[in-house]
Design a protein around this ligand. Structure first.
Ligand code: NCD
Ligand code: ZN
Length: 360
């Protein structure tokens, strides 16, 4: 089988910084990406819009330049969201939006994931005017939807989790208070989050990663496959089924691809494991396995190529790429990334090949 699609946008990626960045950009171009949204949890974080702002962090302006110089000038769209911190002001949002540089902001739960130490609690943002400024200026809010500071059963249990809490307790309040603010519920993993997104109106979108469509916590634990360790954690089969049903639904317009490809050169650390799965170069080949192609390619095409473009107001590219149902040898794919010393997720799970390959 062969499927030709418009080039697509990956609306949640970690490109990091420094010399390895060029390899990550290359991997995204090699999988038919026309553009992407590059996350701001770099070191230091991307927490101001303009370089001239005296805050001592990176700016959207300078991080965009770094990506462009690392080969990202081949993308037709490049969004860098502003990392929301205690220093974010409504004036910053307004000036950024008016300049055209600021399209989105990112909420991180404080200390909740990789480089999220600068995150400002959602509760505090609900009470200042930053979200209002975003709403007034058409800036999208991307959310890592997990409650911070929970532990034990409340952090991860059979009937509760940090994400479950966030979508039950926090999101309805946020949605109700800022009804015109566009929200992206990123990398959702639970039935609770799916239900929230489906009940919300057209201003609420969501991304889903390949690993959350394909795996559950059992796959992580059996053999302790730490390459599958990412945040939010993979969940239970009931949750995975809810994600699959949502992306396969013929009317799905608001759930789209955002791989959360998150390379870590040193995955294992002395006291644990870095959170993040690397799926650069192979994401469409993973995503496609979750769709029933006997029913046609519409649902897959909507999820990968159309819904995210529409939500972020990006044109669907005229250029295309093709997925061919033939084995792709993962060890070759690994060699291409050897410079960055990062293991693609399926290789880390002991798989040798993928059932699909990409022809550009
Ligand atoms: C991401 C990373 O490594 O930057 N990790 C992850 O597990 N997804 C951060 C994030 O998106 O939470
Ligand atoms: Zn991420």
């Amino acid at each position: 089988m062969k499927i030709t699609l418009p080039k697509w946008y990956d609306l949640h990626v970690h490109l990091r910084q420094g010399p390895a960045m060029a390899a990550y950009v290359k991997a995204h171009l090699a999988m038919g990406c026309a553009g992407l949204l590059a996350m701001p949890n770099t070191k230091p974080p991307v927490a101001k819009v303009f370089e001239r702002d005296p805050l001592s962090c990176w700016s959207v302006e300078s991080y965009r330049d770094m990506i462009l110089k690392a080969g990202g000038d081949a993308f037709s769209a490049l969004i860098v969201p502003l990392y929301l911190t205690r220093d974010t002001t409504p004036a910053m949002i307004e000036a950024g939006a008016k300049s055209g540089l600021l399209k989105a902001c990112k909420y991180y739960p404080p200390h909740g994931t990789t480089n999220s130490d600068h995150g400002y609690p959602l509760q505090s943002s609900l009470e200042n005017d930053v979200f209002r400024a975003m709403e007034d200026n058409g800036v999208i809010l991307c959310l890592h939807g997990e409650e911070h500071g929970l532990s034990g059963e409340r952090y991860f249990g059979k009937n509760s989790s940090a994400e479950d809490f966030f979508y039950r307790e926090r999101m309805p309040v946020l949605r109700e208070k800022f009804q015109n603010l566009k929200l992206v519920c990123e990398h959702i993993t639970t039935k609770t989050a799916v239900d929230f997104v489906q009940k919300s109106g057209e201003k609420t979108g969501a991304t889903i990663t390949p690993q959350h469509l394909m795996h559950t916590v059992a796959d992580l634990l059996q053999g302790l496959k730490y390459h599958l360790y990412c945040l939010p954690l993979v969940k239970f089969e009931e949750d995975r089924q809810a994600l699959l049903d949502a992306v396969r639904a013929p009317g799905n317009k608001r759930i789209f691809a955002g791989t959360d490809s998150a390379p870590h050169a040193a995955k294992l650390t002395e006291c644990g494991c870095a959170a993040g799965c690397f799926t650069g170069g192979i994401a469409p080949q993973l995503y496609i396995q979750n769709f029933d192609l006997n029913k046609g390619q519409n649902e897959f095409e909507a999820f990968l190529c159309r819904n995210g473009a529409a939500f972020y107001d990006l044109p669907v590219p005229d250029e295309t790429f093709t997925l061919v149902q033939e084995n792709e040898d993962l060890s070759l794919c690994h060699t291409a990334e050897a410079e960055a010393d990062v293991v693609p997720l399926p290789l880390g799970l002991g798989e040798k090949a993928l059932p699909w390959k990409i022809v550009l």
